[in-house]
Design a protein around this ligand. Structure first.
Ligand code: ZN
Ligand code: ZN
Length: 376
């Protein structure tokens, strides 16, 4: 019992070539191995390919309608070219190991992935956002629905290779006669030719178009993070399934904060007196105004961490810290009264002639770097 190719494609027995082709294209787009790598689907993809190979070729279709199966090597009793080709192919496979990739190649192929760069602000990276983006990609041509043929016309079986997509040649060598096959030069291996290409897409089956898309940006993305949007890339040749679209995040620099991982860093400069007496400094964080508590006796290079004020971790909950580094300035121009006060202070503290304490290296810079990495 031969396979019911009409049922495989889901068409009536009296379906026109156009209907057969449309049904095949719809299924091929759905079941293409690039889109759907599951083995069962691939088996089904082979089935519809075989069914289409037979039903799209008027000669093979005739053989099939008369009860033969031109796709099976044995020929199903109808004889003729179908059986011959099957056996011939098997022999060629045995010699040249070309078992896969027989028959015409499909005009329909999966499209390429596309990439677009998206600039976002630091607070958008911290909390997540949604963005409307404009993308320019290939889409299925509306005039020919991806077929590539001008309206009212259709692709014809190539007369040079009779739809096989390849031509065989006999050459003489010291081994005797050798048969070689190569892609048909007339149809480039497609097995069909399009006599009147669609004027809209020049036969490619797709046109370029600008679309609007809404992209959800999760909290915690960083410079270079790529968000994958399945099936939003370029439609393939012949109206093939679209590739994916990648949105690559680019974070704009923030005027106050520098990001390292999920932590934010900034530096506050305060006068010597405030560092000594302690103070509160207002800071506009990503969460609004907050007071930074500078404790009495704070040294230049020390830092104040604010927990849960950094960037949201992309995976797992919680947020990084906001680390405020303190820089203490020493007054440079002193009024006579100020100088007098400082001299009095120095005298009271016994610091009129300090000897200083010496250590190797650059302690100040070193401790500042350490603070930056340890968060304190
Ligand atoms: Zn077109
Ligand atoms: Zn050809």
């Amino acid at each position: 019992m031969a396979t019911d190719y009409y049922a495989v494609l889901g068409v009536q027995r009296d379906a026109s070539q156009d209907e057969i082709k449309k049904a095949f294209r719809r299924l091929a787009r759905e079941l293409h191995p690039d889109v759907n790598p599951d083995p069962k689907t691939q088996e089904r993809f082979k089935e519809i390919n075989t069914a289409y190979e037979v039903l799209s070729d008027p000669q093979k279709k005739q053989v099939y309608d008369l009860g033969g199966d031109p796709a099976s090597g044995a020929g199903g009793g109808a004889g003729g070219f179908g059986a011959g080709f099957g056996n011939f192919s098997d022999i060629m496979d045995a010699f040249f190991g070309t078992a896969s990739q027989r028959g015409p190649r499909s005009r329909t192929r999966r499209g390429q992935d596309a990439m677009i760069r998206l600039d976002i602000e630091l607070d958008e990276a911290a909390f997540g956002t949604t963005k409307d983006i404009q993308v320019d990609t290939a889409v299925v041509c509306g005039t020919c629905s991806g077929e590539g043929a001008a309206p009212g016309t259709s692709a014809q079986t190539c007369d040079m290779c009779r739809g096989r997509g390849e031509v065989s040649q006999v050459t003489r060598s010291f081994l005797g006669q050798v048969m070689t096959s190569r892609p048909c030069p007339q149809c480039q291996g497609f097995g069909t030719v399009v006599p009147t290409p669609c004027p809209e897409c020049a036969g490619d089956g797709r046109v370029r178009s600008r679309r609007s898309l809404t992209v959800k940006i999760p909290a915690g993305v960083d410079n270079g993070t790529r968000i994958q949007l399945a099936g939003e890339g370029e439609v393939g040749p012949g109206g093939g399934p679209a590739g994916d679209l990648y949105v690559e995040i680019h974070e704009n620099p923030h005027p106050t904060f520098q990001r390292r991982g999920d932590d934010l860093h900034c530096t506050v400069t305060i006068p010597m007196t405030a560092a000594s007496l302690g103070t509160k400094v207002p800071l506009e964080t990503l969460d609004g105004m907050e007071e930074i508590d500078i404790r009495p006796g704070t040294q230049s290079g020390q830092s104040v961490p604010l927990h849960e004020r950094g960037i949201t971790h992309l995976r797992g909950g919680g947020r990084g810290q906001l680390i405020v580094h303190v820089e203490v300035t020493t007054p440079t121009k002193l009024e006579p009264e100020q100088e007098e006060l400082l001299r009095r202070l120095a005298k009271l503290r016994g610091e009129e002639r300090p000897t200083g304490t010496f250590q190797p290296g650059q302690q100040g810079l070193f401790s500042r770097l350490k603070d930056a990495f340890n968060g304190r």
